[in-house]
Design a protein around this ligand. Structure first.
Ligand code: NAD
Length: 468
């Protein structure tokens, strides 16, 4: 299988190639093209050339292309999901879900329109808020959810009349390159392009004067570099960054129910999800029984090759993340954490047994920083106000959850949590018509919903004097 970049309507080789590692075996299993700076420049120029005609098609003209692209994803769903299992790791069912959801997002936004908003209309004047496309959008992606996270940028940016260059993370380029292959047959040249790199094209893409908008999902430290780099040309940008989401368990919950929910929320994709639950606050008397119930579920996890239908948890996606999580585990042991289960590397790939940890102080690294892996601290609280204050005492502000037997009580507490999204009695509900985005250092700007589409447009106020 060969993978190509899509630049100016042509599927082309990169200037070099790079190995793609299967995290389940730690061995290379494919080669990806590595785009040069010259190829990146050519893609930006092509995107700019294509943008005017693409915008001129209007919503009705653009929609059929994007719908055909969603159809092509359906036809290739098995192949994309299997490639995702290899390059990202994780159960095939989860990979199929991810690709299906990305396809659904693309289809959803194909049907959306940003209508003009009449602010004032009378005999003397007409004032209207209009939205026009910004131009060339660069989508820079992380490795944990390469398909869904791209779809939340690609489809809203395309339907509003922008052209898009997708740059996947260096360790998960293949599914994005397959999308490029499908797009080559569908879109006018330059409308959607793919560039794969080895962590070296970011600074060019984020500072180039012909790029109008950088839509970035990734870590907070890289997000800050993107912001700095975009400042030189006053680019528009969206930053979806890291999180350290807290789950607060109230004293009225059913223990087995909440253990199921929290286990799923924390260990989805081996904890490598921005919105995964990363710390749990429970009433002191509930900490041990809850930790035991979670440990029971963690022990039942089946780690292995995602293509084996029995597998329930995959590996860490890359060596750097694997070593980072092992370093969190080492620090957690030094800081006096008690591992009820897990925390050991296992198997031939980047696997770590899912771990449940108690006995940590609030100042512990595992509580204060984003682990982005399968290690979950359970912390006691005596006073709910104190739990809320501790949940908020972080530079992050992405999401969080309140678990309670009384949703109304949960809603009241949710109103005191300083994050972009707060769930009550559910987790990771992200309907496509509802915007999401981070507070504080978890991001700037919104994705999804009409608000997410608006972020890819420039507001123009039309202000006409009609008489007088
Ligand atoms: P990362 O920041 O290391 O890399 C993200 C992307 O940025 C990659 O494509 C990388 O090649 C590129 N990049 C690297 N240096 C760059 C530079 N100087 N300029 C521009 N781009 C550059 O992140 P990661 O390790 O791939 O992803 C994990 C992080 O992403 C976690 O912190 C996670 O919480 C976060 N994340 C956030 C969301 C969200 O919606 N808020 C979703 C998923 C992941």
């Amino acid at each position: 299988m060969t993978y190509k970049l899509l630049i100016d309507g042509e599927l082309v080789d990169g200037a070099q190639t790079m190995d793609v590692i299967d995290p389940t075996t730690t061995k290379p299993f494919a080669q990806a093209p590595h785009a040069s700076i010259t190829q990146a420049g050519a893609a930006i120029a092509a995107a700019r050339r294509a943008q005017r005609d693409w915008a001129a098609l209007g919503y009705e003209g653009r929609r059929p292309y994007i719908e055909r692209f969603a159809d092509a994803m359906t036809e290739n769903l098995d192949r994309i999901a299997e490639t995702l299992t290899r390059e990202r790791g994780g159960p095939i069912a989860d990979c199929r879900f991810e690709v299906g959801r990305a396809r659904d997002a693309i289809r959803h936004f194909a049907g959306q329109v940003l209508e003009d908003r009449v602010i004032r209309e009378n005999e003397q004047e007409l004032i209207v808020e209009q939205h026009y496309p910004q131009g060339v959008v660069v989508a820079i992606m992380p490795w944990n959810r390469p398909m869904t996270l791209l779809s939340f940028k690609l489809a809203p940016a395309l339907i509003t009349g922008n052209t898009v260059i997708a740059k996947p993370a260096p360790s998960t380029p293949l599914c994005t390159l397959i999308l490029g292959e499908l797009a080559a047959e569908i879109f006018p040249k330059g409308v959607f392009q793919t560039l794969a790199d080895a962590n070296d094209l970011g600074p060019l893409l984020t500072s180039h004067p012909d790029v109008a908008h950088v839509s970035f999902t990734g870590s907070t430290p890289t997000g800050k570099k993107v912001l700095g780099s975009a400042a030189g040309t006053l680019k528009r940008f969206t930053l979806e960054l890291g999180g350290n989401d807290a789950a607060i368990v109230l004293d009225d919950v059913d223990l087995e129910w909440v253990a199921d929910k929290i286990y799923a929320a924390a260990f989805i994709n081996a904890g490598q999800v921005c919105y995964a639950t990363k710390r749990v606050y429970a009433p002191r008397a509930l900490v041990q029984p809850l930790a035991d119930a979670l440990a029971k579920r963690a022990k039942a996890a089946v780690l292995g090759d995602g293509l084996n239908p029995a597998t329930t948890m995959g590996p860490l996606q890359n060596r750097m993340q694997f070593e980072k999580v092992l370093s969190f585990i080492a620090t957690t042991r030094e800081e006096g954490g008690t591992f009820l289960t897990g925390g050991e590397p296992t198997g031939t790939g980047y696997f770590i047994e899912p771990a449940i940890v108690t006995g940590l102080e609030e100042s512990a690294r595992l509580v204060q920083e984003e682990q982005f892996g399968p290690v979950l601290p359970i912390l006691p609280y005596d006073d709910l106000d104190d739990a809320i204050a501790r949940a908020n005492a972080t530079e992050f502000g992405l999401g969080g959850t309140i678990w309670t037997g009384n949703p109304r009580r949960g809603i009241e507490i949710a109103g005191r949590i300083e994050t972009g999204t707060i769930w009550v009695n559910q987790h990771m509900a992200l309907p496509l018509d509802v915007p999401f985005g981070g507070a504080k250092e978890s991001g700037i700007g919104l994705q999804n919903g009409l608000e997410g589409m608006k972020d890819f447009t420039q507001i123009r106020i039309l202000n006409a004097k009609l008489a007088g």
